[in-house]
Ligand binder design. Structure first.
Ligand SMILES: O=P(O)(O)OC[C@H]1O[C@](O)(COP(=O)(O)O)[C@@H](O)[C@@H]1O
Ligand SMILES: [Mg+2]
Ligand SMILES: [Mg+2]
Length: 323
């Protein structure tokens, strides 16, 4: 069995990138241990504050954010970070060569019901030595040098790409190490499973209404096959299922808040998941084009997301192109 650090060494990741990835892994082990304590440590429930997105923060959103910030600031290799829970970027080390964006706890509505949550991260290189600003973060997802997530489920898993496929690691709790458990993750091009929050159906655009309507029609409809549906309400867990057994995930545009073109955040949800999905042979799009080609305009920008099995993403996009 190979540990994360041995694998990073074999992958020829630059030393600084290995330091950064190991540092993220340690921070997530710390978060996992707080989650495991749950109600016993008094960490459940609301923090009584709102984040920059106007969402009520859970105590664990704040705790996970602080843990990641502390470890990354002390790593010596991070120039600055951006987080869902921070309005502005946070400067780290002047000598650092990496920019890290993260969602400290994805799926936080699951915390209080002891269901799955995760940490999602996206890494860019930077040469910005002097002043650094949020502008330095506004690079297309195509420029990411690494992306991944840690899923806090029945087992704790790290899923990582450094641009050469996707690997899965499982935390061996006895020795406190992430061990390589799947070397080549690959998503089948076809699927019979989709993930969407159906309660928003009436708010979607007409092409998405038609597409999902045809999936629901099953073998009697134009698709000629029955589809199953799953929704964990944590993108990290829904994407993990897709990497494990295929499927399509979408959080589409809807008309509820016209100034927000989607719910999911580009820099620390859509881009890192987009890189993982593409690296596993799937597709990651908005209704306009590939997520990874978007030129971001804001660190907290939102986008519609359609990702997963390549042929099914194409099928969904076909409805958006059709007259
Ligand atoms: O509650 P909804 O509308 O189904 O939204 C669920 C989506 O919201 C998110 O939870 C947003 O993430 P946060 O918990 O980090 O805010 C996604 O992970 C998930 O796909
Ligand atoms: Mg999230
Ligand atoms: Mg979050």
């Amino acid at each position: 069995m190979r540990s994360l650090s041995s694998q990073l060494h074999l992958d020829h990741s630059s030393t600084d990138l290995s330091i950064l990835l190991n540092c993220l892994a340690v921070a997530c082990k710390d978060i996992a241990s707080r989650l495991q304590q749950g109600a016993m440590a008094g960490v459940l429930g609301s923090a009584g504050e709102e984040n920059v997105q106007g969402e009520t923060q859970k105590k664990l959103d704040v705790i996970a954010n602080d843990i990641l910030k502390d470890y990354l600031q002390d790593s010596g290799v991070v120039r600055a970070l951006a987080s869902e829970e921070e309005e502005d970027i946070v400067e780290c080390s002047k000598l650092g060569n990496y920019l890290v964006s993260f969602d400290p706890l994805d799926g936080s509505s699951n915390i209080d019901i002891n269901s799955m949550v995760g940490t999602i991260f996206s890494i860019y290189e930077t040469t910005a030595g002097g002043d650094i600003s949020s502008q330095d973060f506004l690079q297309p997802g195509r420029n990411q040098v690494a992306a991944g997530y840690v899923l806090y489920g029945p087992s704790v898993m790290l899923v990582l790409t450094t641009g050469n496929g996707v690997k899965m690691y499982t935390l061996d709790q006895r020795i406190g190490e992430f061990m390589l458990t799947q070397e080549q993750v690959s998503i089948a091009a076809d699927t019979k499973e989709f993930a969407i929050n159906m309660s928003n159906q009436r708010h979607w655009a007409e092409p998405m209404q038609r597409y999902i309507g045809d999936l629901l029609a099953g073998q009697d409809g134009p698709r000629g096959k029955n589809f199953n549906m799953r929704w964990v309400a944590a993108m990290v867990a829904d994407v993990h299922r897709i990497l494990c057994r295929g499927g399509l995930f979408t959080y589409p545009w809807d008309q509820r808040e016209p100034e927000k073109p989607g719910k999911l955040r580009l820099m620390y949800e859509a881009n890192p998941m987009g890189m993982l999905i593409e690296q596993a042979g799937g597709k990651a799009y908005t209704d306009q084009g590939p997520i990874l080609d978007i030129q971001p305009s804001h660190i907290h920008q939102r986008v519609p997301v359609i990702l997963g099995a390549a042929n099914e993403v194409d099928a969904c996009l076909g409805y958006h192109l059709a007259p």
